[in-house]
Design a protein around this ligand. Structure first.
Ligand code: 13P
Length: 300
């Protein structure tokens, strides 16, 4: 992932991380990347999934699935375990084949976050695994609007100190971007991003890709953003497509045709097609289309 981000910074484009949750969604991302000749970051997130499920083999299953798909990809890819909620989940992710990890310490106390992320970075780097961290905390969109009660912007000086103390490879930053928002664009403050860039030289990551304003993408890239994380809009278009197919059923369908067959008749394939289309459009916006370097070895 470090290489993909560095190539993006050098080339003046962004690499998308399109968060998957199963085989259909993961295939949607890798196929979108292959069809557009785009480098991409594959992976799964730990924030929305059940913690007991993740802790009882879920991380290992996702790592195994992701490793197979990554190894078969015909474009440069990385495989991240995003927003792991515990140190243990992150370490299991490294064991399970993820070659990039992110531990979500945005709600942690400073000293503890620095200590654990620094230790994690040492372990990860010894295995050739990239580490992403976050400083600052995004607001979440809810049914009632934007909940900013626990949110805070990334402080530029703190960000500089955090990166120096932990040795992380890239940093997720908060400058008005919002998680889970589909209703409108997030009110991003590009001057704040510029202030963080004055203090921090490593690649930046934008979480809340769903609501990141398209017009702000070029400036964000010029200010050091190498990676855009997208989640909510992908699940939204997937579910809408699936719902639409189900709405056409007059009678209870042949279960073997519609569920898990991977044929045209599989209703989950309709979700995959919709997600692939959205992913391709975002790759175009980030400028990663036709940036896959031919002959480059894929990892892991
Ligand atoms: P959105 O769901 O708002 O696109 O954010 C995704 C994300 O930040 C995953 O890390």
């Amino acid at each position: 992932m470090t290489t993909l981000m560095q190539d993006a910074l050098n080339g003046g484009y962004g690499v998308g991380y399109f968060e998957a949750w199963d085989t259909y969604s993961l295939e949607a991302v890798v196929e979108a990347a292959e069809e557009t000749n785009s480098p991409v970051i594959l992976g799964f997130g730990g924030m929305m999934a059940s913690a007991p499920w993740l802790d009882n083999g879920g991380v290992e299953m996702l790592g195994a699935l992701g490793s197979v798909v990554a190894a078969r990809a015909r474009v440069p890819v990385s495989l991240i375990l995003n927003e792991a909620q515990t140190r243990a989940q992150t370490l299991h992710g490294i064991e399970a084949g993820f070659n990039a990890v992110m531990l979500d310490t945005s709600a942690w106390e400073w000293q503890e976050a620095v200590r654990v992320v620094a230790e994690l970075t040492q372990i990860a780097h010894a295995r050739g695994v990239t580490v992403e961290a976050e400083l600052g905390r995004l607001p979440d969109a809810t049914a009632d609007g934007i909940d900013s009660s626990t949110a805070y912007l990334t402080d530029p000086i703190q960000a500089r100190d955090f990166v120096a103390a932990t040795g992380v490879d890239c940093l997720a930053v908060s400058f008005g971007n919002v998680h889970l928002l589909t209703a409108h664009d997030a009110p991003v403050d590009m001057n704040h991003l510029a202030a963080i860039r004055e203090q921090v030289a490593i690649p930046f990551v934008i979480h809340g890709g769903t609501s990141f304003p398209a017009h702000a993408i070029p400036r964000a890239i010029a200010l050091g953003v190498a990676k855009f994380n997208v989640g909510t809009i992908l699940k939204t278009v997937f579910l809408r497509a699936v719902q639409e197919v189900m709405g056409t059923w007059q009678t209870f369908p042949n279960v073997h045709e519609v569920l898990g067959s991977h044929k045209e008749t599989d209703f989950l394939e309709a979700g995959k097609r919709a997600m692939k289309e959205k992913t391709r459009a975002l790759m175009q916006l980030y400028g990663s289309v036709n940036r896959a370097r031919i002959g480059k070895e894929t990892t892991p």
